[in-house]
Write a protein that binds this ligand. Structure first.
Ligand code: SF4
Length: 450
C-alpha cells in the first residue's frame, strides 16, 4: 500500500495527516499545534461568522481596532431587509485602556449605539486583550439591558481561548440566549434551517425548493434572518443542519431544551441536494411533501445532469484538492467532483469531526491525502505531490493556489456565485471549468520553468 510521504512535516503534525486507506485514521478536534501557522481562524472569528448574518443585529467588538477590521463585513451574506449587520463597531482599545481597564469605553459604546440607532439586539465580543485584562463584560451587558430594555448578549471569545470550534459553540450559546428571550409560543409544523449563511443568496435558492415541496420555514439561522425570526425558532417541528461544523452543537442543545429533532443535510451537488430534500419530507412524516419532493427532485436532477454533460467532457480526469471549513462540506465536494468526473486527491478541513473524517477516508479514492487543521506549507507540499489541478478553499487559500499556478475556486465566505442546490451545481461546474481550463496556468508553469 502507498505510504504517506512526511519529509518536512513537523513531528507533532504527522498524526493529523493520513492517506485515505490508512487503518489508523487521523487526529482531529483538537487545538492547533503551537507554531504550526494554522489556516484556522481564532475563537472570536468563529463566533462572529455565525452571528454576523443576522441582518438587524449590532456587533460591538470590544478590543483593538484590528480585531474589528479583520472580520468587518466578512461574509458575502445577502439580505432581503436591512443592512445593519454589515457594520462593525469597535471600542478601539489602546495602551491606556489595557492598563486601566476598558469597561468605561464599552459602556460608552453601548450608550452611543442605543442613542443613535435604537437597536433591538447587540452582541458584545470580548477579544484576546479583554481576556487578558479581565473587563467584566457580562455585568456591563446586563446593566445595559436593564437600563435600555433591549437584548445585549456578551460573547466571551478571546482568540486564544480555544480554536475556531470554540467560537462556533459560543455563538450557538448566544443564539440560545436570544431564543430564551422569546415568550413561549405554540408549536408550528415548519422547520428551522441551521448553518446556511445566505452566501450569494443560497438561502433563497434552498427556500424556494422547500416552498416547491410544501415545507414551511420558521427560522433561518442565521442567513438573512432577524432577531425576531431567530426568537421564533423554538416553535419549529424539525431542525435541518446544513453546516454541521458550526451548528451541530446548537441542533443538539435545541433537541435537549425544546425537543426539536434534527437531521444533517447538504445542498451541494445533485446527489446531496436530492437526498436532503427527500429526507426532510420523510422526517416531517408529511405524505404530500414526500410525493412533491420525489417529483421535484426527479425532474430537477435529470435537468441538471444534462446541463452538466458538456462540462464533464471538459473536466474528465482532472484532480482536485479540497480545503474547507467543515467535514460535511468536504464530503459533499468529493461527491460533487465525482459527478463531474474529477478525482479528489487531497481533502482537508479546519474543524472536521472524527465521524466526518471516517466518511471522507472511505469515500475518497485510495491514496488521497486527508488532513486536519493544515498550514500553508502542508497544503503546498501535498498539492505538489498529488499534482492537483485545482484547489477549492477560502480567501486564505487563494494566494497559495495562485503562487503554485494552480486553479482556484472560492467555496467560502466570499464566493460571488451561489453554489448550493441544482442551480448552484451548474454554477459550480461552470466556475471549475472556467478556472481549470484557463490558459494562464500553463503560461505561468512555462514561465516558472524558464
Ligand atoms: S481576538 Fe485575538 S486572535 Fe482574534 S483577531 Fe483579535 S487579537 Fe487576533
Amino acid at each position: 500500500m502507498k505510504q504517506l510521504e512526511t519529509t518536512g512535516l513537523l513531528d507533532e503534525r504527522q498524526k493529523f495527516i493520513c492517506l485515505s486507506g490508512d487503518k489508523a485514521g487521523l487526529k482531529c478536534e483538537s487545538d492547533s499545534v503551537a507554531g504550526a501557522i494554522s489556516q484556522r481562524a481564532c475563537v472570536y472569528c468563529g463566533a462572529r461568522v455565525v452571528l454576523n448574518p443576522i441582518t438587524d443585529a449590532y456587533h460591538i467588538i470590544h478590543g483593538p481596532i484590528g480585531c474589528a477590521s479583520y472580520t468587518w463585513d466578512l461574509r458575502g451574506s445577502l439580505t432581503s431587509g436591512v443592512e445593519t449587520y454589515r457594520n462593525a463597531f469597535s471600542t478601539d482599545l489602546q495602551e491606556k485602556d489595557v492598563i486601566f481597564g476598558g469597561g468605561k469605553k464599552l459602556t460608552g459604546a453601548i450608550d452611543e449605539i442605543v442613542l443613535k440607532f435604537h437597536p433591538k439586539l447587540i452582541f458584545v465580543y470580548a477579544t484576546c486583550i479583554v481576556g487578558v485584562i479581565g473587563d467584566d463584560v457580562e455585568s456591563i451587558c446586563k446593566a445595559a439591558e436593564k437600563k435600555y430594555g433591549i437584548i445585549v448578549i456578551p460573547v466571551k471569545s478571546p482568540g486564544f481561548s480555544g480554536n475556531k470550534s470554540t467560537g462556533y459553540r459560543l455563538a450557538c450559546d448566544a443564539l440560545l440566549e436570544l431564543m430564551s428571550c422569546a415568550r413561549p409560543a405554540e408549536k408550528s409544523i415548519g422547520i428551522n434551517i441551521l448553518g446556511d449563511f445566505n452566501l450569494s443568496g443560497e438561502m433563497w435558492i434552498i427556500s424556494e425548493y422547500l416552498k416547491k415541496i410544501g415545507v414551511n420555514i420558521v427560522s433561518r439561522i442565521t442567513g438573512d434572518s432577524t432577531c425576531d425570526e431567530i426568537m421564533k425558532a423554538p416553535t419549529a417541528a424539525l431542525n435541518i443542519v446544513q453546516c454541521a461544523g458550526s451548528m451541530g452543537y446548537l441542533a443538539n442543545r435545541m433537541e435537549e431544551i425544546y425537543g426539536i429533532p434534527f437531521i444533517k443535510v447538504s445542498f451541494f451537488g445533485i446527489e446531496d441536494t436530492t437526498n436532503s430534500l427527500l429526507r426532510i419530507a420523510y422526517a416531517l412524516h408529511d405524505g404530500k411533501a414526500v410525493e412533491k419532493a420525489k417529483n421535484f427532485t426527479d425532474k430537477k436532477s435529470k435537468e441538471t445532469a444534462s446541463l452538466l454533460e458538456p462540462y464533464k467532457r471538459l473536466l474528465h480526469d482532472r484532480k482536485a484538492a479540497i480545503y474547507v471549513g467543515g467535514g460535511y462540506k468536504a464530503i459533499s465536494l468529493i461527491r460533487q467532483f465525482r459527478e463531474l468526473g474529477i478525482r479528489s486527491v487531497m481533502v482537508g478541513t479546519q474543524t472536521g469531526k472524527k465521524d466526518e473524517y471516517e466518511v471522507i477516508r472511505e469515500l475518497a479514492d485510495p491514496g488521497t491525502v486527508v488532513l486536519d487543521d493544515a498550514n500553508p506549507a502542508e497544503l503546498e507540499k501535498f498539492m505538489r505531490q498529488t499534482g492537483a489541478d485545482i484547489l477549492v478553499g477560502g480567501v486564505k487559500e487563494r494566494p497559495l493556489a495562485y503562487k503554485l499556478a494552480v486553479a482556484f475556486c472560492d467555496h467560502n465566505h466570499e464566493r460571488k456565485q451561489p453554489l448550493a442546490g441544482y442551480d448552484g451545481a451548474v454554477n459550480f461546474a461552470k466556475e471549475i471549468n472556467m478556472t481549470i481550463n484557463s490558459p494562464v496556468w500553463k503560461l505561468l508553469k512555462e514561465e516558472a520553468a524558464v
